[in-house]
Write a protein that binds this ligand. Structure first.
Ligand code: T46
Length: 135
């Protein structure tokens, strides 16, 4: 049986009468030590992002405001997931082509990564990505 490309993890919610608080910690929602955090926001209407794969990088994506749709492709199968809550995170491992579409104007996508930024880890050409999956 093939495992799903979309791997969602629950993010513990610790809100109370004062408001909301969400927690991503090692051994909980985070399966790896974090070495970098970045967040994507202010995305213009109709703009899509991503269109690349990573050779090694593991990431946890949490949409902490608004919504976005993420498409994953492993060279054969494609799956899509809507992220619209800080109560769930999307784990994206290496070897997956990812695209981000349908950003809401208020979307803030926070990404926890297990390594520092390295352009050499990116495969930004879809044809090249598909070729590496065949090898
Ligand atoms: C990913 C998806 C979900 C840096 O200098 N440092 C960084 O940590 C990052 C993430 C990017 N950059 C530079 C590289 C580019 O010149 O910022 C610019 C925009 O990056 P990029 O076009 O790769 O952004 P997205 O939104 O297409 O992809 C990003 C991540 O790069 C990628 O790892 O998986 O979000």
């Amino acid at each position: 049986m093939t495992s799903p490309l979309v791997q969602l993890v629950p993010i513990p919610q610790r809100g109370d009468a004062r408001g909301q608080l969400s927690v991503a910690e090692l051994g909980g929602a985070l399966p790896f030590p974090v070495r970098r955090i970045y967040w994507i926001y202010g995305t213009q209407l109709g703009v899509s992002r991503g269109f690349h794969a990573h050779k090694q990088l593991r990431q946890l994506c949490v949409c902490v405001a608004g919504s976005v749709r993420i498409v994953l492709f492993d060279g054969r199968r494609e799956e899509s997931v809507a992220l619209d809550s800080s109560a769930k995170g999307l784990l994206i491992g290496p070897g997956l082509w990812r695209e981000m579409h349908d950003f809401s104007p208020d979307c803030v996508l926070m990404v926890f990564a297990d390594a520092e930024y390295a352009e050499a880890d990116y495969i930004r050409n879809r044809g090249e990505f598909i070729q590496t999956k065949r090898e």
